[in-house]
Design a protein around this ligand. Structure first.
Ligand SMILES: NC(=O)C1=CN([C@@H]2O[C@H](COP(=O)(O)OP(=O)(O)OC[C@H]3O[C@@H](n4cnc5c(N)ncnc54)[C@H](OP(=O)(O)O)[C@@H]3O)[C@@H](O)[C@H]2O)C=CC1
Ligand SMILES: O=C(CO)COP(=O)(O)O
Ligand SMILES: [Zn+2]
Length: 352
């Protein structure tokens, strides 16, 4: 008997374009979301777009409530659940960067209500993914959660966001190269479940973005369009895999560890980009592809060194030598690399 089964959960609608934020009421009506919306946002996205989303829903007499969160944590998820229950919310609308979207996604999953994803920046590929990413103590959880029913990505808002948020999203995509290498390695050495389709989609997404790097420029809605499409595509790869594996390998472990060692210094996407230069070196050696990864990051103005990230050399070495401990995910780091090996990788690649 054939015993395999798989459940690929994807968004129903992805609405992308200039000014689509003001049509959010029509978009939710189209997928028959009903009841009172709770708009979940964080401070800057609230000012940039949260109030606009709330106004569009209020104008359509949907009586929206608003919750503001400050950090990606399980406490924030519980706070949002309590606020949703207090107003008897019918669905949640996450407006913001990765933090607000992850929290709204996990809260709506736990509540069993619909979720609408409204990214205010092209800074991460969790826009459509069926995962939430949350630090807790010494570890980092990749939590399965229903993906958004609808994504509403306004290219006007996203193009107006600080340029470094867009370069962070590009770097999160470029890190797919090393993530897929780690996934294949784990499949070969540890029999970890692997999907050719998800891996191919993830790599192709990175390839297409790098090919278009010259046309991705600050303030252009056309650029926001290209980057959001890539982020959607990468999120779909995670949904096909039912895992963040296609988009998260050792370079992400390095970044999660940097978040603990040097909190708040750099954006997620920028950290995983620098991590990808290092882990590509570990995969393929001095004459390998690490220079291509570094050049791809450079071509979209993303950081390639510790200095660019604003972290110390010692913090890079500590993150690289301890990253394998943060999660049970087999990668090129195996059960840990030595300080000498980490130093050689970081110095040879010019990261430190
Ligand atoms: N679930 C998944 O599959 C994935 C999850 N992630 C997670 O997403 C997070 C990273 O996402 P990221 O977006 O970088 O992090 P944040 O949500 O923290 O956003 C980064 C910064 O940008 C600000 N911001 C957002 N939108 C705008 C805007 N339009 N104009 C000005 N400032 C803006 C935020 O403000 P404020 O501080 O007010 O919020 C914050 O200071 C990490 O927690 C990461 O683990 C990443 C990839 C995939
Ligand atoms: O950031 C992600 C993919 O880009 C999510 O990955 P994690 O599973 O490492 O949180
Ligand atoms: Zn990421």
């Amino acid at each position: 008997m054939f015993e395999k089964s798989s459940w690929i959960r994807l968004p129903r609608n992805v609405v992308l374009g200039s000014g689509v934020l003001d049509d959010v009421d029509e978009v939710v009506a189209d997928v028959h979301l009903s009841g009172r919306p709770l708009v979940v946002t964080s401070p800057t996205p609230k000012a940039v777009a949260g109030a606009r989303v709330r106004d569009a829903l209020a104008d359509a007499e949907m009586d929206p409530a608003l919750a503001v969160v400050d950090e990606a944590s399980f406490e924030s998820v519980q706070q949002v659940i309590a606020e949703a229950e207090a107003v008897n919310a019918g669905y949640l609308v996450g407006v913001g960067g990765g933090k607000a979207i992850d929290i709204a996604k996990m809260a709506s999953d736990e509540l069993g209500v619909g979720f609408v994803s409204v990214p205010t920046a092209a800074s991460h590929d969790g826009i459509v993914s069926g995962r939430g990413s949350v630090p807790e103590g010494d570890t980092r959880h990749s939590v399965a959660a229903a993906p958004p029913i609808v994504v509403v990505a306004d290219t006007g808002v996203i193009a107006d966001a600080p340029w470094e948020l867009t370069t962070a999203g590009c770097a999160d995509i470029i890190s797919n190269y090393t993530a897929v290498k780690d996934w294949r390695l784990a499949n070969r050495l540890k029999n970890v479940e692997y999907s050719e389709y998800a891996a191919a989609l993830s790599e192709m997404t990175a390839e297409l973005l790098v090919e278009r790097a010259d046309s991705i420029r600050p303030g252009l809605e056309e650029s926001a369009w290209v980057v959001v499409k890539a982020l959607v595509s990468s999120g779909v790869a995670m949904s096909i895999a039912d895992s963040s594996r296609p988009a998260s390998g050792a370079e992400h472990l390095f970044s999660h560890q940097l978040d603990r060692i040097a909190p708040g210094k750099a954006l997620h996407g920028h950290q995983v980009g620098v991590g990808a230069v290092l882990t590509e070196y570990l995969h393929s050696g001095e004459r390998g592809d690490w220079q291509a990864v570094r050049d791809a990051l450079d071509s979209i103005d993303a950081p390639t060194t510790a200095d660019d990230l604003g972290v110390d050399d010692e913090e890079v070495i500590e993150a690289l030598t301890t990253a394998h401990r943060i999660r049970d995910r087999y990668t090129i780091l195996g059960d840990g690399i030595s300080e000498d090996a980490a130093l050689e990788a970081a110095v040879t690649t010019g990261v430190i």
